[in-house]
Design a binder for this molecule. Sequence first.
Ligand code: FPP
Length: 246
Amino acid sequence: MADIPASLAGARIPGHIAVIMDGNGRWAKQQGHRRIFGHENGAESVREITRECARLGVKRLTLYAFSADNWKRPDREVAFLMRLLRRYLVEERREIMENNIRFTAIGRIHNLPEDVRRELDQTIAMSRQNTGMVLCLALSYGARQELADAVRAIAEEVRAGRLDPAAIDEGTISGHLYAPGAEDPDLLIRTGGDVRVSNFLLWQISYTELWVTPVMWPEFRRERLHEAILDYSRRDRRFGQIREAE
Ligand code: FPP
């Protein structure tokens, strides 16, 4: 059962929330620390936002945890992020199970270090039967790469004679993305103030409502999430159509 706080009474809760968690490094610098301090505190925001979304009855939460382009960061920062991710995967299992969360991941997972993949596989397997919110981490993820992978898989099916090119439609493409069958995000939140989508879920966000906040990810906690949901709730989503009375 969803547990809605008074500040969100009557609000429409988005079914699928996607988040570009930006600003860890800048936040750490503002505090006089190294960038990795920001990532550590960002992991705390991940915990709090996940727990709160599950409590509110959100069906799916997709977090951009590591982009395909993040591999270009200095080796030390990449290594730190991988260690943090591995630790998170182990430490969060209890919380994931207690909250009936089904854990999944999207991206070119095969590019992750073997020890991270092992923990990832275990967390996915352990939570497979859970029936509550789906928590999806985008890891080594890029939307253009996802589309290229989908097109390649579709082309293979055509070559094998299992698919007629004339039958390819939007559903064919959606069905070959990393999370086939997942509903598109209703709300995309970006922290850190930059107004761009940074190669995240390009196909899936065609009609998604966008919320950009200058708040840096380590400071994006429960109350900030409520603000985003309230704003979303007031929006008039027309999906390219007009309202009947117009
Ligand atoms: C952006 O901050 C964030 C990332 C590159 C990765 C997100 C990682 C976390 C939130 C921490 C760990 C996550 C998990 C799931 C354990 P940035 O470094 O780009 O910030 P900047 O724009 O200020 O440089």
